[in-house]
Design a protein around this ligand. Structure first.
Ligand SMILES: [Zn+2]
Length: 511
């Protein structure tokens, strides 16, 4: 009789619904071992005799294997992989050779991104990099992976300023800002944070890879050695996640992206608050990540030849510009000592700057307004002095950039060929797709490629597997001599189309 009770079929239906729900929950939780294994490594690369380093500089590694292919992505708190800074030009080749000889890793499976912080690293960085890879490979364990896109727009700004004369100037400490009345607008930023979450199968975090575009060059108030903004963000992420999880920052297309407050003379230069914001935004995205079913691992590198610039004409044009500016300098009655008090006086009281007002009024009644005439003359003298100062500021910009053009012209001539060899890599870990390039890509290149990419999201990293200085757009290269990125560059404008076409082709191969 109880079997015929109407509640039984109802109960059985609930139970079966419950099983379906439970099965859904189990699928959503990272309870099963995925097909991928991963391990992490982390070694301090701060230079001991450079004094205290806060936060320390690290090389961090993430090894991922699907059983057939093993890939290692590394992130190092250094300005670049070769050419400038403390890492030698033979570093990458030597590290790869050692990874092959000592660890059996296919050298083409190793990619390393420089955060572009300007910290001082140790002399035995090759040894320590190999050690970090050794750690990662020794600790491979089953993992789940997932991807999310975070958002951060409070910590950076485009450093190229559009001017009313059609040119672009740059926010740098190497030269002064353009006059306010010359400014027409600012360039774009990329607020995306590309986040790859790698967890152990019991749910404990193992690694976070996060890609973002910003120059980590703010420093710390003490002026000490530092991994800068992105060193702080990685430190916060690692402290919050615990479990010896490693946060690998991968620098994006930050060529023309500065941290905010970079040139604020009214406050100490402090990267920590900005790093904290980047960390919190990354963690916010990290929490949204769900483990992927059957994640794929793909990776390959492609060599590419890019055209070198012929900078001779541009150097000539900038030298002519320097001479033109020089000739516009005019004699002035004022010098700094007499100019500054006058500025104060004329700002304080524009109506009666030179004397108490009754003196002006008395002169006007008598029909001989000498003070009014003096003010006309002083204002003209101040204007002439300001004009000279602005010309001098313009000359410092041109001269600084001219030095960069001359240096790169010499390098291009010395190379003995018209092309520059670079290595691009494409990496896919689940739905996390990353394309890398060795130069300082400007943000428009990153935004272009993210737009053209066959899959969204796709992330782009400069500063990887080598260093070829700045890589601005073809349009930005027409501005040669007015901003750093278009002067601190080896490439001819045609490079952009060649690179972007190859990048899209490579991204298609990740499917
Ligand atoms: Zn840079």
């Amino acid at each position: 009789m109880p079997l015929c009770h109407p509640v039984v079929p109802l109960l059985s239906r609930w139970l079966s619904v419950g099983v379906v729900i439970l099965a859904g929950v189990l699928r959503a939780l990272p309870a099963e071992a995925g097909p991928l294994k991963a391990g992490v490594g982390k070694v301090d690369v701060s230079r001991a005799d450079a004094g205290p380093c806060k936060p320390p500089l690290y090389v961090r590694t993430l090894a991922v294997s699907d059983g057939e292919t093993t890939v290692v992505l590394a992130s190092i708190d250094a300005v670049s992989i070769g050419q400038i800074g403390h890492i030698g030009n033979q570093y990458l080749a030597r590290v790869r050779q050692r990874l092959k000889d000592e660890l059996g890793l296919d050298p083409s499976r190793f990619a390393i991104n420089a955060s572009h912080c300007h910290g001082v690293i140790c002399g035995d960085v090759e040894e320590r990099t190999v050690e970090a890879v050794r750690q990662a490979l020794a600790r491979l364990e089953p993992v789940t992976v997932g991807t999310a896109v975070g958002h951060e727009d409070r910590i950076m700004e485009n450093r190229r300023i559009r001017l009313k004369n059609g040119r672009e100037a740059d926010v740098r400490h190497a030269y002064s800002m353009p006059a306010e009345e010359a400014v027409a607008g600012v360039g774009p930023v990329d607020p995306q944070i590309g986040v790859l979450r790698v967890d152990r199968v019991d749910g404990r975090p193992l690694a976070v890879v996060y890609n973002f575009a910003v120059h980590p060059i703010l420093g710390v108030p003490s002026g000490s050695n530092t991994a800068d903004l992105t060193g702080f963000s990685s430190q916060v992420i690692e402290e919050v996640l615990g479990n010896d999880a490693v946060a690998l920052f991968v620098q994006g297309c930050g060529g023309d992206i500065n941290p905010v407050t970079y040139k604020d003379p009214a406050r100490p230069r402090d990267a920590e608050p900005l790093g904290n914001l980047l960390a919190l935004s990354t963690l916010k995205a990290w929490r949204q990540v769900r483990p992927e079913v059957d994640p794929q691992l793909k990776q390959f590198g492609v060599p590419l030849e890019l055209p070198r610039a012929d900078l001779a004409d541009r150097i000539e044009a900038q030298e002519a510009e320097l001479q033109r500016l020089l000739k516009t300098l005019r004699g002035t009655t004022l010098n700094l000592k007499t100019f500054l008090p006058l500025v104060m006086r004329y700002r304080l009281d524009p109506d009666f700057p030179s004397q108490y007002s009754p003196a002006y009024l008395q002169e006007r009644v008598l029909g001989r307004p000498d003070l009014d005439a003096l003010d006309v003359s002083n204002r003209a003298a101040m204007e002439a002095y300001v004009q000279n100062i602005q010309t001098m500021e313009e000359m410092t910009r041109v001269q600084t950039n001219l030095a960069l053009l001359r240096m790169h012209h010499a390098q291009n001539v010395e190379a003995g060929k018209r092309t520059l060899d670079v290595e691009l890599t494409a990496l896919r870990i689940g739905e996390f797709r990353l394309l890398t390039f060795p130069g300082e890509l400007t943000v428009r290149i990153g935004l272009n490629l993210k737009d053209k990419a066959p899959h969204k999201p796709t992330f782009i990293a400069g500063y990887t597997n080598g260093y070829i200085y700045y890589a601005p757009t073809a349009e930005q290269l027409l501005n040669v001599g007015n901003a750093q990125e278009d002067s601190d560059c080896l490439l001819a404008p045609e490079w952009q189309e060649i690179f972007e076409n190859k990048a899209v082709e490579m991204l298609k191969r990740l499917d």
